[in-house]
Write a protein that binds this ligand. Sequence first.
Ligand code: NAD
Length: 334
Amino acid sequence: MMTKVREFPQGVEVASILGAGTIGASWTALFLASGLEVDVYDPSEQVEAFVRDYIEHAWPSLERLGLASRGNPDRVRFFKTPEEAVARAQFVQESVPERIEIKHELYQRIENKLHPQAVVASSASGLLVKEMQQGWKNPGRFILGHPFNPPHLIPLVELLANEKTEEGVLEWAEQFYAACGKTTIRVNKEVPGHVANRLQAALWREAIHLVVEGVASVEDVDKAVFAGPGLRWSVMGPHMLFNLGSGGHGLGVFCERFGPSFHRWWDDLGNPRLTPDVIAKLAAGVKVEENGRSFDDLAAERDRKIVEASRAMGQAESAVVESAAKKARLVTAR
Ligand SMILES: NC(=O)c1ccc[n+]([C@@H]2O[C@H](COP(=O)([O-])OP(=O)(O)OC[C@H]3O[C@@H](n4cnc5c(N)ncnc54)[C@H](O)[C@@H]3O)[C@@H](O)[C@H]2O)c1
């Protein structure tokens, strides 16, 4: 899944990162690993030390994922202004704070300084593309490229373009992200939270409801996700999985058979709010320190498991492709 190396669109050699905090630093590591030079702008005085440290820590995972074969962690440069940081770049990933006035001001500063071929993507989680486009005189080469944290480990990028986007820009961006090992989806209609955050929100809403109603503890609700459907969801989506749950009769038959059960469950789902009481209950349920594991230990465990799962899936995919190729060879040989 993540280990396929694809070609960048022609002429792409330099990427620019605007805003190098949690998300921008991770993008920087990924773009370097993918073989690009990366020009960074962030007004923070600590930015260079933070990003270099981030790259050093991320690099072994990128190597294990097979994403760093073309890369060089030292090909990063830091600039004092966004105008300088975008000047050479054919691709710009903007990851500044989620405030519309900061994004607009930045777009106004860079618009006339961009490389003529440049596509600019925003990492924004909550702002609408049509709001962000108002910061541009011509938003034709500006799109949404929304990652999942951390972008160097989680393959998904949600892309959104609209009627103001120039023809071919979305396809160009898809090729660019594929060359960095990403899996892209197209969001065809603008809604708050795009696609994946809405799915997360829907599941979390019911997880909280189950805790609040005393149906299960925080720990057991988490287990019910990662040891149950979560494992399946990491390889296929819910529609395909239910299709496979039909005993070979197809998703239509599955829906007819289990529709009444789902309707009953949907009618009974909760709609909690994050009130102080609810927050206290959830926070008490994750008691990290009491279990003798630090925040850093848990974060390291998460990243190690993500890398190993992605590797296993990459290897499983290669095995499927190999066995399909072998079958094809046998068929042709016959
Ligand atoms: N954190 C997440 O889980 C996550 C996931 C997906 C998308 N995003 C989106 O990514 C974007 C950045 O989020 P983050 O979590 O990395 O925030 P962050 O606060 O960690 O980093 C933002 C960085 O931008 C810098 N900055 C401030 N003003 C700037 C300017 N004018 N020009 C350039 N840099 C500037 C800050 O110094 C900081 O280093 C937001 O739009 C957010 O919605 C975040």
